[in-house]
Design a protein. Sequence first.
Length: 380
Amino acid sequence: MIFTEDYTENAGSLSFDILACQHTEDREACWQNLTQELMHELTVHQNKLRQAIAQRHQVEAERKQLAEKLEESEAKNHALIEASAAQAQQFGQALKQLRQNQAQIIQTEKMASLGQLVAGVAHEINNPVNFIYGNLPHAADYVQDLMHLLQLYQQHYPHPAPAIEAVATAIDLDFLIEDLPKLLMSMRVGAARIQKIVLSLRNFSRLDEAEMKEVDIHEGIESTLMILQNRLKTRSNHSEISVLKDYGKLPFVECYVGQLNQVLMNVLVNAIDALDERDQERSLDQQIQYPSTIKITTAVLPDNQIAIRIADNGLGIPEQIQQRVFDPFFTTKPVGKGTGMGMSISYQIVAAKHKGQLYCHSIPGQGAEFVIQIPIQQQP
């Protein structure tokens, strides 16, 4: 703007000088002076123009430099934001893994303590039960001998003394002779039942089998069902839960038997809970007409694996919950009834410990099926 104003002012002065030279007597000297002045002015303006161009180039260079620095700063900020987000994500995953590991350690400690308690109780019960069970046959023989002796007395002395006959009538001797063998037999059946329960408890705890070994999978299933028998039988307002078994011919399977029993326990308890929840909304007649059932199927798969399928005919699992059923701390049970770690730990045991798979199939309203797949032989 300053340059334009100077140029306009000079242009007016120039027009005046030209007119003055045309009316002067010494025109040649006037034109020479005017030419020198014009050359001087031109030189001055050229210098100003060069300075303006140089300043513009400098400003442009500074602007470009600032733009590059700004772009570099934005790139650094973007990289810093991405790095912070990645670190935050890693921290979140690490925290989640830490919480999961912590919960798994606590659950494992609980199971170990429970296993020790179960094994201790089973051991303490086992000795006296074996003593009772082992002596019952001898007691039965002794009773038979005494009864045989009594029959001989009755044959040879059909008319006992009045005092003896009074006592025989008071104790109902005929009923006692008939019922005593049945009583001994029921005691023997009860002792055998206790022995079987104790064996199931010992098989379930398996504290002495922390290492991987080949076992009979069906034995573990039966032991788990025996422990859960109290929840399967008829209770108040709940009919019996039927257990259907379709066992295939399985070879011995290499596994951590104690941990696998824990998986079976978790899956079966979830099935029982689902059926109990459904039966709370049904009358006893409906429960009898359409009984609650759990079906356990085992089979050998073509890829050198075995499958254990545990299916119930309960309410099923909604699709949005199926996607989270193995997540740590996720549970649909009321507060205080579930920790949300049972199925998560079961998944870790099957997938990480046994290199297998644990997954769920369910159609809402038609029940749910959990499938456990593990290799018959673990690869080193």
